[in-house]
Design a protein around this ligand. Structure first.
Ligand SMILES: C[S@@+](CC[C@H](N)C(=O)[O-])C[C@H]1O[C@@H](n2cnc3c(N)ncnc32)[C@H](O)[C@@H]1O
Length: 412
């Protein structure tokens, strides 16, 4: 047997193990009620979502969407939230596809197609997709590069990809326990998972897994525990590794789904003596440095585009183009008006942020502009009085950094 054949055989065995694992422990745990999810996805949420991926395109809700490694419910959720879109879900696990098919029947999701298919074979679907979503999957593949290349190959030239992969530093405790379980030969029977759960309560309080057990939904039940600690194949990507991973597949990094946690000008790092040094770095280096400084990121959720995508302007606040941007508030943001810091009229928080230092205080003048956001008027229209321009520029750039708004720049 030569080295190549051995590698291919090994990859085949890993893929088989991963697929058998998900047959036994479908993840996320199957659900049969999507009513709360359906209610969550109103027009405002849909509009914000579209302009996060496609700031400079007119709003459209009829895109073709591929959910690669859809698990038990993700493809059904997308079909429900985008009733005019054509959604395709693929997964290697028959159990996951069956559960999604049950949801399709229950919610009459005629816009949903399902296939039991490895994402490495996505081109066999014979079409391309304007939106490709793959969250929590690529890091479990025997050859993630091959998987991402296959997703690139089915991404339409103007399409957008949403990826989520594990990040290494916040998962240090997970990797310690994975290795511990491997050494003890712990497998994935229900009894072994229950024993593992019981043993975890004896972990020393300063073990790196303890904060995750306390705070993360990834450990709330048996399936989640197995997915995190007994997975047969699991790797993580630091920021530089993720950017290399994308580049090798012919993709460009677009943005983080939530970017404040990666920006040195947001949160506690902004008031350290390192601010000037951090600002001198190119953006990719800033993200990498902030990941190291935060030290506890568990996953990266990123938007990527094909590197041969026709040119699009990025969001910027030099020049005058920003005056034409239409700000759209992101859902899950809240305005706090009690117990405020000195001179603040409000503090803005995005509830999807995992870090408590990511809050944006605004003063009374800024709050007036903020309250004028209606999803229709551009910044220039909101700050029509030219004496407000500087205040508006600082405010709207801050709102952008802190994931309070996305922009519809299609009118620019
Ligand atoms: C952790 S779950 C994530 C499910 C879903 N993407 C979500 O975010 O809820 C990983 C899923 O990827 C599937 N999967 C693993 N390897 C795959 C492959 N090569 N091709 C397609 N799906 C795969 C598993 O069966 C499982 O359903």
């Amino acid at each position: 047997m030569n080295a190549h054949t051995a590698r291919v055989l090994h990859a085949g065995q890993v893929a088989q193990k991963v697929s058998a694992f998900y047959e036994r422990h479908p993840y996320p745990p199957p659900v049969d009620d999507l009513e709360r999810y359906r209610k969550l996805w109103n027009d405002a949420r849909r509009r914000a979502d579209v302009h996060l991926f496609w700031p400079d395109e007119n709003y459209r809700d009829d895109r073709s969407i591929l959910i690669a490694g859809c698990g038990t419910s993700q493809a059904a959720k997308y079909a429900l939230r985008w009733p005019h879109a054509r959604v395709t879900g693929i997964d290697v696990s028959a159990t996951s596809i069956e559960n999604t098919a049950m949801l399709k029947r229950k919610y009459n999701l005629d816009n949903l197609d399902l296939h039991q298919l490895p994402l490495e074979c996505a081109t066999e679907l014979g079409c391309s997709f304007e939106h490709v979503v793959s969250t929590g999957v690529l890091h479990h593949l025997p050859d993630p590069d091959k998987g991402l290349q296959a997703l690139h190959d089915v991404l339409a030239p103007d399409g957008a990809m949403h990826l989520m992969v594990y990040a290494p530093y916040g998962r240090a405790g997970v990797y310690l326990l994975q290795e511990y379980c491997r050494r003890l030969g712990i497998d994935t029977s229900s009894q072994e998972i229950r024993d593992l759960a019981a043993s975890l309560s004896a972990l020393p309080p300063d073990h790196p897994l303890v904060p995750l057990l306390r705070n993360s939904p990834d450990f709330r039940d048996e399936a989640a525990l197995a997915d995190a600690l007994l997975h047969p194949q699991d790797r993580a990507y630091s920021v530089p590794q993720l950017l290399d991973f994308l580049a090798a597949a012919g993709l460009n990094f677009g943005r983080w789904m939530r970017q404040a946690a990666y920006l040195p000008q947001c949160g506690a790092l902004a008031s350290t003596p390192h601010q000037a040094l951090l600002n001198r770095l190119p953006l990719a280096e800033q993200y990498a440095a902030v990941e190291l400084f935060r030290g506890s990121m568990l996953r990266h959720s990123a938007v990527a585009y094909r590197n041969d995508r026709p040119k699009h302007d990025s969001i910027r606040f030099d020049g005058d183009a920003w005056l034409g941007y239409v700000p759209i508030r992101l859902p899950d943001t809240i305005v706090v008006q009690e117990k405020l810091p000195p001179r603040a009229a409000a503090v803005l928080i995005n509830r999807n942020h995992n870090y408590t230092d990511l809050y944006l205080p605004i003063d009374a003048r800024q709050k007036k502009l903020f309250d004028a956001i209606d999803g229709k008027r551009s910044i220039g229209e909101i700050a029509a009085d030219s004496t407000l321009r500087d205040t508006a520029r600082v405010l709207f750039e801050g709102l952008w950094w802190y994931d309070q708004v996305v922009f519809d720049t299609s009118r620019c």
